[in-house]
Design a protein around this ligand. Structure first.
Ligand code: 3HC
Ligand code: NAI
Length: 702
């Protein structure tokens, strides 16, 4: 028989209700039912005058059980249980450790008092799941901390630490990280002796705000929350907390929570919650797979990526040796890291002594001798095969046996790089995204010979440096950039067909992309993608293929760095401005190629670009270069600014309906030709069988 998730004991006239529901004490049906029962027992038992609510294991409740969402509701609801806690005639104390999140913090807020250990964190992250706190959080939190602080917490979804929560009134007491249960019992005794009584947050007065507060607040968050539905609903709930009594506020919260729960946005964001955790679940890799500890890192190349990767490691306390053959470049790399840390100090995110401690982790050198004891070496030199192979020969000669040798190449063949060594099983691609110390995505590229142990260790390393590591196969552009090619190919063709760059970018940003493809090209540098195309021997025989990007690069219009690209830029500004010269160039090329220009509606622009992504994603799955569709979603949301509320390109296809996507792809094939629009068999078969990409099993190894 499994042990009960909720138990009760009485000590010193305090009933201790303990919840034990690993791994994170999610408020599942069994927990809610157990809580309701034990609360009744504790209230009825004359041996107890107060109740302490505490969790076993690593954390206080981390929230409602997300796996239950979308399934039929089962009583008691969390709201029922919290009403019971709130109404308890005996004083209730929440004893918090770990992370009290979402419904977990709402449970604590329903208690009459809250005590926590200093390492605890509290937060309402529901907006990150496309939801709002739906168990009274939008009504109780503002009554405790005021409307603005409550809104900031709920809209960002970021947790705050115990010290801050004590300062703003969420917590009543913070204790050192020792025996929380004993401290909570003694705190309850103290409150009883003092006759403090029950402090029901629901009975506190409504928070007050100045005239126009909510309109101003909405205007302030508008840019940051563009496209997301939950934030405005959270504002409406807090407005209700200010304007109505608790009961009416709760009703409004309930209606808006239900609307969020039924939304596609929340389904998409919940999909990503699990997808981001599923990336590490790979066939052949489990808890018992041996992993090599990474305690020291070497970085070869101190340019844009090398410096960023070094900083990403230093930020998590890893000592780094950075090597470059160009002394000037090495000094510039060090200076750029210093500058990035200085910005953190200026923003108050880092103290001067923390910055100094981080800089001490960095050693610079031009001598591979300094690599002899390192656990991991990451190469980030020029994107040229011969240079990469020279570097890997040197790494092979100097690194200790068992060291992991990684390349940050974005386009080159990892197997060919591995061939330069006598240990290809230790070679892997670790493809960071720029800026490497900020972007969360890490593509882990598995070469033909890469060992399972090296893949597992790379996944652990990704976690260590706070990245989401996704294992992908070794094809051109891997997963992310290969799909990006399909997407930008279409945006380039649309230019020739009549859509101006700003019209294309506007259509896609209105749809939710963080930036349009033309603005991205100017930011990344049109020269970079030009050089990559020059190196390729497998480009389609099509005079239109990346024509405009090629002509612009050949004219020295590289983008932001030259003040001119697809757009033009005023000196010192990054704002893209339409350039009549480029418009004339595009029109002339369309005429030369005999292309009939037309006005292209925004939804067609979006379909052409996004369906191109879906088509390429299906091919990647068919060919086995990604293990599962949700891995592709994680890559696009975390590396390419795909809107989180659409769940990633593959989930988006499922949500639109694969039959509809398939039919549209067939139409594009009939209009624009088979070269780019031949529907993948996977898309066709799933459309016909009524299957979904999310459920497609995919390859066992990428
Ligand atoms: N429900 C169900 N499962 C959950 C869960 C939840 N709320 N939170 C975490 N899990 C699962 C994860 O899926 C994972 O499962 P797996 O091992 O099978 O992959 C396991 O618990 C461990 O989670 P992590 O790998 O994320 O562990 P970490 O230690 O890195 O992080 C955490 C722990 C900070 C608690 C993190 O899991 C987290 O942020 N969880 C979600 C918190 C959240 O969003 N809560 C709000 C829920 S919505 C809500 O409460 C609605 C209410 O207002 C009515
Ligand atoms: P970069 O030009 O800024 O830096 C490259 C550095 O390598 C220079 O400092 C150079 O002196 C050094 N170098 C060249 N040959 C060397 C050698 N033999 N030994 C040691 N150092 C050497 O280039 P960037 O942009 O940092 O790119 C590096 C790698 O990262 C490339 O493979 C690139 O494809 C990849 N990449 C780049 C991204 C980007 O956005 N810039 C994104 C993801 C990957």
């Amino acid at each position: 028989m499994p042990s009960l998730p909720v138990t009760m004991t009485i000590t010193s006239r305090v009933a201790i209700i303990t919840v034990d529901n690993p791994p994170v004490n999610a408020l599942s049906h069994a927990v809610r039912a157990g809580l309701a029962k034990q609360l009744s027992v504790a209230v009825a038992d004359d041996a107890a005058d107060a109740i302490v609510l505490i969790c076993a294991g690593r954390t206080f409740f981390a929230g409602a059980d997300i796996t239950e969402f979308g399934k039929p509701a089962r009583d008691p609801s969390l709201r029922d249980v919290l009403a019971q806690i709130d109404a308890s005639p005996k004083l209730t104390v929440a004893a918090i450790h770990g992370t009290a999140l979402g419904g977990g913090l709402e449970t604590a807020l329903a208690c009459h008092h809250r005590i926590a250990v200093a390492s605890a964190k509290v937060g309402l992250p529901e907006s990150q799941l496309g939801l709002l706190p739906g168990a009274g959080g939008t009504q109780r939190l503002p009554r405790l901390v005021g409307a603005e602080a409550a809104l900031d917490m709920m809209i960002s979804g970021n947790p705050i630490n115990a010290g801050a929560a004590l300062d703003n009134g969420i917590l009543d007491r913070v204790i050192a990280d020792d025996d929380l249960q004993a401290a909570a019992v003694s705190y309850a005794g103290e409150l009883l002796r003092q006759g403090t009584g029950l402090r029901r947050v629901s009975q506190l007065p409504s928070p007050e705000v100045g005239d126009g507060f909510f309109d101003e607040y909405s205007a302030k968050i508008k840019r940051r929350t563009r496209g997301f539905e939950a934030p405005e609903r959270i504002v409406a709930c807090v407005r209700a907390a200010c304007e109505h009594d608790f009961a009416r506020g709760l009703e409004i919260e309930g209606e808006l929570f239900a609307a969020c729960m039924a939304s596609t946005q929340s389904a998409a964001m919940r999909h990503l919650f699990f997808a981001e955790r599923a990336v590490a679940k790979l066939p052949g890799i489990d808890r018992n797979t041996p992993r090599r500890p990474i305690e020291t890192v070497g970085v070869v190349g101190s340019g844009t990526m090398g410096a960023g990767i070094a900083l990403a490691c230093m930020n998590v306390n890893l000592p780094v040796v950075m090597l470059d053959t160009d002394a000037g470049a090495l000094a510039r790399g060090r200076a750029s890291i210093e500058k990035l840390l200085a910005v953190q100090v200026d923003k108050g995110r880092l103290t001067a002594s923390m910055r100094d401690a981080r800089m001490e982790l960095l050693t610079t050198t031009d001598d591979y001798g300094a690599f002899s004891e390192l656990d991991l070496a990451i190469e980030a030199v020029f994107e040229t095969m011969a240079i990469k192979q020279t570097v890997f020969r040197a790494l092979d000669a100097h690194c200790k046996p068992g060291a992991i040798l990684a390349t940050n190449t974005s386009t080159l063949d990892v197997d060919l790089i591995a061939k330069a060594t006598a240990r290809p099983e230790d070679v892997v691609g670790l493809h960071f995204f720029s800026p490497a110390h900020v972007m969360r995505l890490l593509e882990i590229v598995r070469g033909r010979a890469t060992s399972i142990e090296v893949i597992a260790s790379s996944l652990s390393f990704g976690k260590q440096v706070n990245k989401i590591g996704v294992v992908v196969g070794n094809c051109f552009g891997f997963v992310g950039n290969r799909m990006f090619y399909g997407y930008t190919r279409e945006s380039q063709l649309l230019l020739l067909e009549g859509a101006a760059p700003e019209i294309i970018d506007q259509a896609l940003t209105d749809w939710g992309m963080a930036m349009g493809p033309n603005a991205v090209g100017d930011l990344a540098g049109l020269d970079v993608s030009y050089k990559v195309r020059q190196e390729r021997t497998d480009l389609p025989d099509d005079p239109r293929y990346f024509l405009i990007a090629t002509l612009l690069a050949e004219a020295g219009r590289y983008g932001q760095k030259t003040g001119k690209g697809t757009y033009r830029y005023e000196a010192g500004s990054r704002t893209p401005l339409p350039d009549p010269e480029v418009q004339a160039l595009i029109a002339a090329e369309s005429a030369r190629l005999g292309i009939q220009r037309r006005t292209i509606p925004a939804d067609e622009i979006v379909e052409r670009c996004i369906y191109a992504l879906i088509v390429e994603g299906c091919r990647i799955l068919e060919e086995g270069f990604a293990v599962k569709a949700s891995d592709i979603d994680v890559i696009w949301v975390n590396g390419y600014g795909f809107p989180r509320y659409r769940g990633g390109p593959m989930l988006y296809a499922d949500l639109v309906g694969l039959d509809k996507v398939y039919r549209r792809v067939c139409e594009f094939r009939d209009i624009h030709g088979e070269q780019y629009w031949q529907p993948p068999a996977l898309l066709r078969d799933l459309a016909r069988s009524g299957g979904s990409l999310a459920a497609y099993p995919g390859a066992t190894t990428p």
